[in-house]
Design a protein around this ligand. Sequence first.
Ligand code: C2E
Ligand code: MG
Ligand code: MG
Length: 719
Amino acid sequence: MTAALMALAAGLMLAVLVLLWRWRNSHMKQHEALQAREEHLTVALWGSGEQFWDFDLDRRELHLLHADESEPDLGKGLAVSSRRVSLPLVHPHDRATLRRRLRAHLRGREPLFTSEHRVDPDGDGNWVWVRIHGRTVLRDARGRTRRLAGTARDTTANRHAEAERRIASEVLRSMSEAVAVLDRELHFVAVNPAFTQITGYSDVEALGRPFTMLDSDHSEGGGTLRQDLNRQHWQGNVWMTRRDGEEILCHVKHNGIPDAAGDVNFHVVVLSDITEQKRAEQELRYLANYDALTSLPNRSLLSERLARAIVRARREGGHVAVLFLDLDRFKDVNDSLGHATGDRVLRAAAERVQQAVGPQHTVARLGGDEFTVVLEGLAAPREAEDVAQRVIESFAMPLVLDEHHEITVSPSIGISLFPDHAQVPTELLKHADTAMYQAKAAGRRTWQVYSASMDEATRRRATLTGLLRRVVEREELALVYQPRYSLHEGRVVGAEALLRWRNPEFGSIPPDQFIPLAEDTGLILEIGEWVLKEACTTLRQWHEAGLEGMRMSVNVSPIQLLRGDLAATLARILAETGVASGQLELELTESAIMANVGRSASVLHACRILGVGVAVDDFGTGYSSLAYLKRLPLTTLKIDQEFVGDLTRDPDDEAITSTVIAMGHSLSLTVVAEGVETAGQLQFLRDHGCDEVQGHYIAAAMERDECMAFMARPMAEPA
Ligand code: C2E
Ligand code: MG
Ligand code: MG
């Protein structure tokens, strides 16, 4: 029995032990499984970057479960914390949406509760974006949700990255520079709209194609891109070819984008089209140095070249010559034919000068009708004179403006030499200018070499200009009178008033010398008025002395015609002196009238309305044209003494004179010949029906009283 009991007890013990072992074993297995599951969950939780949440609606309790930030160490197990947290503050802007979404789930309209909104978990004003996924995990008997659980993820960084990406793509899109992304083989991967605009290639056309499609053969002022892209950062100017074949100059900025290993897998190339800018720069540089009308170097480039020429000549012991060239009476060309024609004349003249001096010498235009030539490497100073002569001769042939228009102009040239006359460019130019003035004074169409005595002439000009200012006030002006003889009536019918300046220091200064100065300074207005008044006063005295029929001619400057109120002045003077307007005549040169035909015509009409006569003086020397004679209210034509002087000697001048007489008569004008000095000339004029003559053969100009006596004297019929 005992043995049986013992055996039973032992059996029981064994059974218990087995059970215990089993239980322990299964318990341990269960524990291990649990641990493994927890580990899986934790790793998944960590790996997902999400937090688990669990919200009890009755207790309004929120539990959060999340893995630690640090990398999991499976050997040690993961730190997972679960805590009860208070409901975080939701951003006011997001509250309504959150509520709506939650309600949709609670009412069963949405199987899942999802939301992305901002919360402030720490209540410190740092808003964090979270994305929530969840669903109901417990309902009450009536099916209402009691617990919600799910995951939450912090999406703040994503959101920022997304915003940045959007901004970046918007910036790229709106950039005016072309941006292209290239792969390692320099094929296009992406381009922006400006790229299309600048290169003409749409993104579809560009993507996948090599960057070399933009290559250009043009290399001036630019680099080649291929070589330069090998560097990680590079910028410079490169010529490229647009899709339409046009070449454009681009400023290129290149950045290679290295990957983590430092290999450049992408290139970002930013292009801006600087073709226009470059063109404008070049244009500006051109404008700064070249004359726009003739394309010759201008004053600034001339000075530069002259300075360099001087430096070379000084080093080599050579000579430099400066030729200062001015076109004769160019102002008349401009005034009579218009500025457009004037410009064409200047262009043609520029070419003519350059041809004459040869391409190795600099020809510059200083403005107006002034040109300058710099002659270098002269063997002897005399060579400069030869060149000047060649230039003058080259102008013997008319300048061809176009198929229908030719014009003949002549230059006057002044020459100065380095080192003979000056050492620096400004002085050389000044001296050549002075010499040019002397060439003009010497009769134009000639050249003069500078000499120190010329400065004296220039100084005299300056002094005279100064003295001229007070000439009226100091009563240094006087008129002399030259009789006018009628070939029909056989008697003196009037006189021309000629101006004289008697200066105590300089003596008698002829009008040809001081009238241009008075015109330049505008003093001619005051002087001209004095002349009119004085001439009318004299005429009045002659009339009172019994010479009632006598007429008076007064010379008028173009400046008086253009600037002054000539008709009003005349009316006043006629009234003051009591001279009948029909006995006064104004003399104007052709160029004076042509300076502004429109204005001349209206002023002369006003004078004619007063009853004053109008004569064209020095007819034949200018651009004598019937067309304008017909348009102007003229009464008299005065044939220039240049033609009269050669009558009986030069058949051409005879032909011209007889033609002018006939032409004048056909327009019902009185024709007067000036500068008649011989009986032969007078006879010719009489034979050809000229109306009146004037000249030393009749009488030279005389003082007022002397002239009156001459006119009063009965005259023997000349010749
Ligand atoms: P003009 O009006 O053609 O005057 C004729 C010029 O020829 C005068 O020169 C006169 O003295 C000169 N002369 C007259 N007969 C003969 C002759 O037989 N042979 C030669 N060789 N010459 C003769 P002048 O007095 O020296 O005047 C020169 C120019 O100055 C005038 O040419 C006129 O254009 C201008 N002038 C004269 N007085 C005035 C004036 O009061 N106002 C303006 N604006 N110009 C004037
Ligand atoms: Mg005259
Ligand atoms: Mg004259």
